[in-house]
Design a protein around this ligand. Sequence first.
Ligand code: ZN
Length: 312
Amino acid sequence: MDTTSFTKKTIGGVTHVEPALTPPPMEHTTPPFPVKPKQISTKTRVKKRDIPEGLWTKCPTCGTMIYDKELDENLKVCPKCQHHFPIGSRERIHSLVETCTFEEMDAEMSSVDVLKFAGYKGKLERDRKSTMLSDAVLTGVGKIGAHRLALGVMDFGFMGGSMGSVVGEKLTRLIERATEGGWPVVIISTSGGARMQEGMFSLMQMAKTSAALAYHAQARLPYISVLTNNSYGGVMASYAALGDLILAEPAAMIGFAGPRVIKDTTHAELPPGFQTAEFLLEHGLIDATVPRKEMKEQLMRYLDYLAAGRSN
Ligand SMILES: [Zn+2]
């Protein structure tokens, strides 16, 4: 068609139609530099552009690459297989309490290196900076639905959620305030256990928190313990196991000592999955497994039951 041509040449009476886009001569297609290095640099550029660092997370259970924004919006739960990733204490509180109802307690309380344990000060400093927390638990009073309650949320990002003097003291003050106020207590645990850098001072927190919960129970006030991955050691051997109701997130690992330590000590064959939330639900330690996205709704329901018939 004439629309695809722009010149006409006549050679020996034959009309020749020249195409609008003339292909370049063959000799010009050969690049003036070696091909291989160019290909490598192009590939690197494309890779970096497609998967920017820090924007994607690989699910350890199903292997799916999840866009971080999507993971945050889904409360750090894999949308494909429901794997529960660790979640920070502030994000968790935000997902549970009614907007602007949470009043933090003892925000400035922080650990001291009383035993002069090698490297402890540096680790405290590092985790204070990386988590913006003063220690491994965040406590305060807030509202879930219509219920005012005392809420303690542990953070695994701060020295593996280990329980030292500050964790024990903050939780004890929280429980005592709940007893005075006539409020239920909810503690969401994640911990590797007592903090070895504080030795006996850590272990004393087990008795202190348990005693505070005994006074709270004497006042006939409910306490709900929520176990998340991982809940181990001195935390499981004290307040985390003392709930009137004990809930757990799906697939959370829960126990006192790790499976390898138990196996080496007892020389017994352990049943498969014996420290998972599902196994412990079947064997009676846990009352229910609750997915993270249903936690607020379920807590409201349980608090309705537990508060039923109370005047305040
Ligand atoms: Zn997954």
